[in-house]
Design a protein around this ligand. Sequence first.
Ligand SMILES: Cc1cc2nc3c(=O)[nH]c(=O)nc-3n(C[C@H](O)[C@H](O)[C@H](O)COP(=O)(O)OP(=O)(O)OC[C@H]3O[C@@H](n4cnc5c(N)ncnc54)[C@H](O)[C@@H]3O)c2cc1C
Length: 411
Amino acid sequence: MTTPDRATGGVAAGGAPSDGRDAGTGAAASDGRHAGVTPEAATAGVTTARVTAADVAVIGGGIIGLATAERLSAHGLSVVVIDERGPAGGVTGASGGLVRALDLSSAAHSWAAEGLDRYLRRGDHGRWPAVREDGSLTLFGADDTARAVEGVERVRATGHGAEILDAGEISRAFPGLAVPEGFTGVYEPRAGWLPARETAEAMLRDADSVTFLGGVRALEIVTAGSRVTGVRTTAGLVTTPAVLLAAGVHSTELARTAGVELPLRTRSVSFCVFAPRGRETGGAGAPGPLPAVLDSTTGGWLRRWDDGTAVLAGVPSPARDVPPAVTRGVPAAEEERVRAVARHRYPGLADADLVGGVTAYDALAPGDMGTVTAWPDPYGLVTATGWNGGGFKQAPAAGRYAAGLLREVLA
Ligand SMILES: Cc1cc2nc3c(=O)[nH]c(=O)nc-3n(C[C@H](O)[C@H](O)[C@H](O)COP(=O)(O)OP(=O)(O)OC[C@H]3O[C@@H](n4cnc5c(N)ncnc54)[C@H](O)[C@@H]3O)c2cc1C
């Protein structure tokens, strides 16, 4: 195993929900400018022996790979993104898209804040989807007030707004929530959530010098001596001196083809979509104003459903080494597990109808840390993996950092 010469990253605390309607569809790239071979050709094992050359090959068209590709493109580099599905066809398409500056891990903190900055600016051209600024509320238990105070200071130090709310203030601002006496919340008014798939697709549209090979599987990172020379794919060889490996949990097997050990496991991440009773009439059960909530006492999270008629809720699962699949819906046991915890913060969920959900996973690295690493052997390989349920909020910062490492490789 080679050792990294640079690494950074951080824990993603409390993954959140997303748009269950789109989850797992795995649509291939459709934009003509980014079109590659069809998924059908790839699954049939057709290789066209096409040879493509690029400054950088990115394996994985999720939010991490696309955020990196967008930054590389902004520096005028030619990039080929290889994805066996399409843009956001993996975990990203299932993501809750919660964004905030406060991250409960100090290591990840600055990347979350930097990510929020960039999401609020809607990218370089103002064309990314707008952040749904419902606000972000991170709850702390009665014995944890000091952490809330520290959290506010840390958020403000990044230039974002934040204030402490006590239980009474939270109940008045958000009547649907139930917060025990003694709890405090760190409220960030200019935070909330984004539609994850649309955001990833917008990053791709901003990346003028990127060719997206949708429906193409990367098979091997090709090396000569101790340097990267290309990526062998189901559509032929991509010749390149620099590779970003951002294929989620599948990065382990691809890294091994280059002699790099990248131990990743799957961790179950899912959410339920609940429609509180009375929603059709706008009655008492309808969701009122609701920020994106992270409860640090349980790890549970909530946000409003896209059109405001329902609530997404998730509670971290202890399940590890689950199959790496993204599917619509949740098993009954998962629904009960989430409802049993989430109803304590949003009582309207106790008898709400389950109207959707998603069962998915994220890649978990040792130490729970998402990392971006430039490997000395083979030179030219950068990996960006292990986001553990929180990669979306960090993606713009992780992509900026990864692009910097790749540009150093090319310098
Ligand atoms: C239900 C759920 C809710 C979440 N909510 C939040 C949230 O609210 N906020 C937050 O910050 N984070 C959240 N997360 C986490 C976040 O979505 C992930 O950390 C992030 O999307 C991971 O992005 P990625 O690019 O690393 O992985 P992926 O999106 O999985 O991208 C990897 C890509 O690699 C491709 N691939 C794999 N193998 C190959 C191969 N051999 N050849 C070619 N392509 C390959 C796949 O098709 C895939 O598109 C959530 C996750 C889940 C599951």
